[in-house]
Design a protein around this ligand. Structure first.
Ligand code: GDP
Ligand code: IMO
Ligand code: MG
Length: 425
């Protein structure tokens, strides 16, 4: 049985915490898209971790963690993450890397950084991890699959060709030092040794796993609003963030995907550029940012302050529908305990008309939020796991969001730690 855990919004909804929690009852956890642009925070008995490439099942030694073919694999970052985990007392995780997975080449983060610099105040606000250039190359058919690193002749020949192409831009557009194919070859020959023990035919492994009736989790990166087709294009990422892509990026038949859990926060947060209709500014934003997440709303990968706002029911309903959510997990409910009143964006006013449907990006800039105001609960519920100790106003807030989203809220979370969660069903 395959279950996906995905983001309903702009990313950073708390997918890491929820995957870590669900992984206890899983046999396999797979990352199927994105790369080290992810920052999935997990706080458990081993301490606090921000996972960038490793799937969030790595804290359970009996779980097999897979980097699927859809991922942008930065081998050095993966290696550094594994080393850190083990040095902090986590048992060496079971890890498999798909032989079809493509490799983040050293020039991808460079090109990402150069282009963001060139765009200056028009930059996308990318994480500069190379994601855009990586996926462009994959679909332009000049990427490198992991298995290809082990074929010396092919590697040298392809590197020569790629350097000719890339150097045109690097030297003439960005005015930066040219790539040297020989140095790149040496670097990739080192990188392949770091990855060699993990490379596997994950497609066959998964087929057998599913035949045995085991449970597989797909762990999404980012959320619906950052999907290149369904999100706030062009301020999106470069791989599909919707659960449907999980089948492609992990290599499993779509008929196997039975449950889709969309994660959403009790308020909104976003990193990078793009429209954000229910965004808060000034002191109100500063206070929510300071109180949000585990130690404030700051990017787990880039450390940038996250933009914050009220819960956006228009975006989240759409976000959950596009994911095909069968259930929702609401995180960070505890954060809102300081507010007298809480606003929820329940409609967008565009050109004088109110809509509840999430519009295309070019109309989104004209959308103004229509709010419904609910009473706050004015107390600290952090860490509470007994539903009877949750104030009625907080329960009403959850019920209101559930009605707005139109998908059952299966659990809500009252703190960043693994066990700080309340099941509603
Ligand atoms: P992800 O990218 O979706 O895995 O989410 P991030 O880890 O980037 O961001 C979520 C932030 O919220 C992290 O700082 C988490 O530790 C924190 N978090 C998750 N659930 C809760 C919760 O219920 N309450 C609080 N206060 N923080 C939470
Ligand atoms: P998780 O998995 C929040 C944002 C960047 C930028 C856009 C594209 O932790 O939810 P990219 O580097 O992918 O080309 O940047 O997406 N972004 C994230 N925002 N959480 C993330 O990951 C993000 N990964 C990328 O800020 O707006
Ligand atoms: Mg994150």
């Amino acid at each position: 049985m395959v279950k996906a855990i995905v983001g309903a919004n702009w990313g950073d909804e708390g997918k890491g915490k929820i995957t870590d929690l669900f992984a206890r009852e899983a046999d396999v956890v797979i990352r199927f898209q994105g790369g080290a642009n992810a920052g999935h925070t997990i706080i458990n008995d081993y301490g606090k971790f921000a996972l960038h490439t490793l799937p969030s099942g790595v804290f359970y030694p009996e779980v097999t963690n897979i980097i699927g073919n859809g991922v942008a694999l930065d081998i050095r970052k993966l290696h550094a993450e594994l080393t850190e985990l083990v040095s902090r007392g986590v048992p060496q995780p079971r890890l498999l890397v798909s032989e079809r997975c493509q490799v983040m080449m050293p020039y991808h983060p460079l090109l990402d950084t150069y282009e963001e610099e060139r765009l200056s105040d028009k930059a996308f606000g990318s994480t500069k991890s190379g994601i855009g250039p990586f996926y462009s190359d994959k679909y332009a058919k000049i990427g490198f699959q992991v298995c290809e690193l082990f074929d010396d002749d092919l590697l040298r020949e392809r590197l020569d060709k790629v350097c000719t192409l890339k150097n045109t831009m690097i030297v003439h557009l960005y005015h930066k030092p040219a790539l040297d194919p020989e140095a790149l070859y040496r670097e990739m020959a080192e990188q392949r040794e770091l990855i060699r023990p993990y490379v596997a035919d994950t497609f066959t492994f998964l087929r057998k796993t599913l035949e045995q009736g085991k449970t597989v989790l797909l762990e999404g990166q980012l959320g619906t609003m950052k999907d290149p087709d369904f999100g706030i294009y062009p301020m999106v990422t470069s791989s599909h963030t919707v659960a449907a892509f999980g089948c492609i990026g992990a290599g499993i038949p779509p008929t196997e995907l039975k449950e889709i859990v969309a994660v959403t926060k009790a308020y909104s947060s976003a990193v990078g550029g793009g429209e954000f209709v229910s965004e808060l500014f000034g002191d109100e934003a500063e206070e929510l940012r300071r109180r949000g997440g585990d130690k404030g709303e700051y990017g787990a990968t880039t450390g940038r302050p996250r933009r914050v706002g009220w819960f956006d029911a228009v975006a989240t309903r759409y976000g959950c529908r596009m994911q095909g959510a069968t259930g929702v997990v609401l995180t960070c409910l505890d954060v809102l305990g300081y507010l007298d009143e809480i606003r929820v964006c329940t409609g967008y006013e565009i050109d004088g008309e109110v809509t509840r449907e999430f519009p295309v990006s070019c109309k989104l800039g004209r959308a103004k939020p229509v709010y419904t105001t609910l009473p706050g609960w004015k107390c600290d519920i952090r860490g509470i796991t007994d539903p009877d100790k949750i104030p009625q106003q907080a329960k009403d807030y959850v019920a209101f969001l559930e009605k707005e989203i139109g998908v059952p809220i299966l659990m809500y979370s009252t703190g960043p730690r693994r066990e700080e969660i309340i099941r509603t069903r």
